[in-house]
Design a protein around this ligand. Structure first.
Ligand SMILES: [Zn+2]
Ligand SMILES: [Zn+2]
Ligand SMILES: [Zn+2]
Length: 107
């Protein structure tokens, strides 16, 4: 498990920024997208995580979700109808979703 190896980074999926998105897991929190001000300041906010399948989820809900997945199962995209395994296919290491940041945005 601890052998040195590198991960071929999957190229990020095409990301279509939306000005306003709710966390699909709790459907309560507004996703905090990089550099964008809150649309509804009265709502709770979660940092948005971009999954390799292209879905956005709230970081808090993602943490809760991933902790519930048994060790014997791969962590998959929590969205019904997607369920993309979030592991590297060759070595099986878990893929860590990236928080969206304002830097390095593709033109
Ligand atoms: Zn949430
Ligand atoms: Zn997905
Ligand atoms: Zn690995």
């Amino acid at each position: 498990m601890s052998l040195e190896h590198t991960h071929f980074s999957p190229s990020p999926p095409t990301f279509h920024p939306t000005p306003y998105a709710l966390c699909p897991l709790c459907t309560i929190s507004e996703l905090s997208l990089a550099g964008l001000p809150p649309v509804d300041p009265s709502r709770a906010r979660e940092p948005a995580l971009l999954l390799p399948c292209g879905h956005l989820v709230g970081a808090k809900c993602w943490t809760l979700y991933s902790l519930q997945v048994p060790d014997s199962e791969p962590v998959c995209c929590p969205l019904a109808g997607c369920r993309t395994p979030l592991t590297f296919p060759v070595c099986g290491c878990a893929f860590e979703p990236h928080p969206l940041r304002g830097k390095g945005r593709r033109q």
